[in-house]
Design a protein around this ligand. Sequence first.
Ligand code: ADP
Ligand code: MG
Length: 249
Amino acid sequence: MSRPILETKNLWVKVGENDIIQNLNFKLNPGVHILLGPNGAGKSTLLGSIMGLERFKITGEILWKGENITNLSPDKRFQKGIFLAYQLPPVVRGVRLKDVLKKILNINQKKNLPEEVYQYLKDLDLDESFLDREINQGFSGGERKKSEILQVLLAKPELALLDEPDSGVDIDALKSIGKAIQKISKECNLLIVSHNLKVLDYVKPNSVLVLIDGKYIYTDGTEIIHIIEERGYDFLRRKMYVEKLSLGN
Ligand code: ADP
Ligand code: MG
């Protein structure tokens, strides 16, 4: 078995007064992985904690390829090769999409964007005028998701965390986002939160992880997705306690 690229040790995450994740020992191997779990299970919290977002108060450790990154800023984690595409991409007033893309590409703000940006915009069916707009300001749900995916395409991170990249998007957007994710999966390790099984038309995950009751179930292959689809999380929860499912911690 390959060495995990990412690991959490006794990860405890508080949001305000609430303990959202309690003592999670999580391991992620290289490859493509789907992360599932009922609403409120803490999937976005886990991804945000891995990225180091400030609102999550963390104890325990987060290791990136064996290095303790628990106290690093999101920016430093980005430089190490981790990128988070948000479930709810925030509006950032005064910052244009092209400013963010230049920062990602590490090019001077005065310089022009490279040709590949315009190709990706076409692939994602996003008009070039988006580049001059404040990031996510007035973007539709689908446009926000596309702008996140555009950033991932350009960042080419070693690990992309995609938080529901396909939620709230129409059928055409789903197709272009799906194709973009397929492209990303060839270059990056991926952890994708998705409730939309359409994503499986575009990527073949190595494993599925299910976050449930503060633990996670690890399975090779995607069979568990169909069990969840047919029987729901409650079934899985019961099964988890009586049968030997591969519990991560
Ligand atoms: P998921 O992504 O699995 O649906 P989240 O990580 O978004 O779950 O949320 C996990 C839990 O944390 C939920 O019960 C949610 O209500 C709670 N939570 C998230 N953000 C906050 C917040 N800012 N204040 C209080 N509770 C929060
Ligand atoms: Mg979420």
